[in-house]
Design a binder for this molecule. Structure first.
Ligand code: NAG
Ligand code: NAG
Ligand code: NAG
Ligand code: NAG
Ligand code: NAG
Length: 434
């Protein structure tokens, strides 16, 4: 008992010393401390996870005075998270949590003795507000997404290189930037603007005749080199069909024609048409043009007057002859005076001085006169014929001819010819039509 009584004052004394010391330092002295600066927790996996340990002595009582959305609780000296905090989405009625401020209030019941001698038992408490900044760290836990799984793009053929067909972007609540790639990577016609900009760019000129539809696959990944690290990463895919549209860039082409290229321009060369015998039939076929644009069939080129085609139709009109030229008589007789000088006219009869004339009729002509008929004398070196009518008949067009016999009687120079002087110079003459 004595011992007990002895020790009691010592205890009290000690208590008072502690209190005094404390009072000397307080109230500026903190009763608890948290590490300075914000505390970071990775999102999602935060259920019952310790955010921070509060450094305090045993007789300090901790309470949460500001606890936003009731997200936190105290477990001994530890500040804990009550649920999974999601950086991006609302879940369980709790908003996306990126940052919260928790206030911890510590209070201590202290025996306050005014003097060591009459260690009066009275209490006072200190309250200190200790804020803790909690930052939720974004974790890549969502995949990138395309708005559609399939896209259809249209492009006019001949669209200039480096033109853009459109931007097909994915969205990802976690990550920026995203990394894209186009497949097939070696596509001849399209490329991406760059790895972060999924703009479909024309890489080379498209020709509707060559390609009408191009399938592509656009890949997106939220980490550049995901497989190389241990961090989670996500990918997504969209398919694209590019439809090439036929533009009106060609004139009509006469058919048949031979296709040739002139640089990137295409021509189709027709050799023209040729008419034939009988009812008008053209070779190699009727005059016919087809639009050079594969999917167009414009009867005429209205929108572009520069796009036209010219061909050539040759119609050779042949003279068709049903009848050869024919002399009016089979046998003619002419007269000439024996003393006639060369180039004298042969006479029609003895009594008059009218010149002798033959005429070949051609029944193909209504008037009987074929202007192409030429006359000539055959087998006689004595008799000739003038161009317009007497003894030469040539149809230069057909080569047809008719012939008649001619006897020229040489009569004496005197007015009355005597039979002894009479001589004959026979000749045949021809007329023909070439
Ligand atoms: C994070 O939480 C969201 C929604 O609560 C869930 O969809 C997702 O799978 C979680 N991610 C991880 C890595 O736990
Ligand atoms: C297209 O763009 C690329 C890269 O910007 C450039 O090198 C090339 O010269 C461009 N081509 C044309 C035809 O503009
Ligand atoms: C991924 O990154 C590693 C290290 O930086 C590198 O060696 C590897 O070639 C990369 N892979 C690809 C596909 O970029
Ligand atoms: C081809 O022409 C037809 C008829 O004019 C049209 O319906 C079709 O869309 C065209 N196709 C292309 C690929 O331009
Ligand atoms: C007949 O006339 C032709 C030209 O018209 C001439 O070339 C030819 O020499 C003439 N013949 C005679 C025999 O005079």
């Amino acid at each position: 008992m004595e011992l007990k009584w002895k020790s009691q004052p010592v205890n009290v004394l000690l208590g008072c010393v502690v209190a005094l010391c404390f009072c000397a330092l307080c109230p500026a002295e903190r009763l608890c401390t948290v590490p300075p600066g914000p505390v970071t927790v990775p999102e999602n996996s935060t259920l019952d996870v310790e955010v921070v340990k509060i450094d305090s002595s045993n007789d300090v009582e901790l309470t949460l005075t500001v606890n936003p959305e009731d997200l936190f609780y105290l477990k001994g000296n530890a500040l804990m998270v009550k649920k999974g905090l999601d950086y991006e989405f609302n879940s369980d009625g709790v908003g996306a949590v990126q940052q919260r401020r928790v206030h911890i209030c510590d209070s201590k019941k202290v025996k306050n003795s005014v003097s060591v001698s009459d260690c009066k038992l009275s209490f006072f408490s200190l309250k200190v507000n200790e804020p803790v900044e909690v930052l939720v760290e974004n974790v890549n836990d969502n995949p990138p997404n395309f708005a559609q799984s399939h896209y259809v793009l249209e492009v006019n053929e001949l669209t200039a290189v480096n033109s853009s067909l459109g931007l097909i972007e994915a969205s990802d609540v976690d990550s920026e930037p995203l990394y894209y790639r186009l497949e097939p990577a070696t596509d001849k016609y399209f490329r991406l603007e760059n790895i972060n900009t999924p703009k479909i760019i024309v890489k080379s000129i498209l020709d509707y005749d060559v390609v009408q539809k191009i399938p592509l696959v656009l890949h997106v990944q939220d980490t550049l080199n995901g497989s190389a690290s241990n961090e989670p990463f996500f990918t997504s895919v969209a398919t694209i069909t590019v439809q090439v549209k036929d533009v009106d860039n060609r004139p009509p082409w006469f058919q048949p024609c031979l296709r040739t290229n002139l640089g990137i321009a295409k021509l189709c060369v027709s050799t023209g048409y040729r008419g034939k015998d009988g009812p008008l039939v053209l070779e190699p076929g009727p005059v016919f043009a087809k639009d050079g644009d594969k999917n167009r069939s414009e009867a005429s080129q209205v929108t572009n007057r520069d796009q036209f085609a010219v061909t050539q139709v040759t119609i050779e009109v042949m003279k068709k002859s049903r009848n050869p030229p024919r002399f009016e008589k089979e046998r003619y007789e002419g007269f000439i005076y024996s003393n006639s000088v060369p180039e004298s006219m042969i006479l029609r009869d003895r009594s008059t001085n009218r010149p002798f004339r033959v005429r070949a009729r051609d029944e193909d002509f209504a008037a009987g006169t074929n202007p192409d008929v030429k006359y000539e004398v055959q087998y006689s070196s004595y008799v000739n014929v003038t161009t317009d009518g007497f003894l030469r008949a040539v149809d230069s067009a057909t080569g047809e001819f008719g012939s008649a016999a001619l006897s020229v009687q040489v009569i004496p120079a005197v007015a009355i010819p005597s039979p002894s002087n009479v001589g004959y110079r026979p000749a045949t003459w021809r007329c023909w039509v070439w």
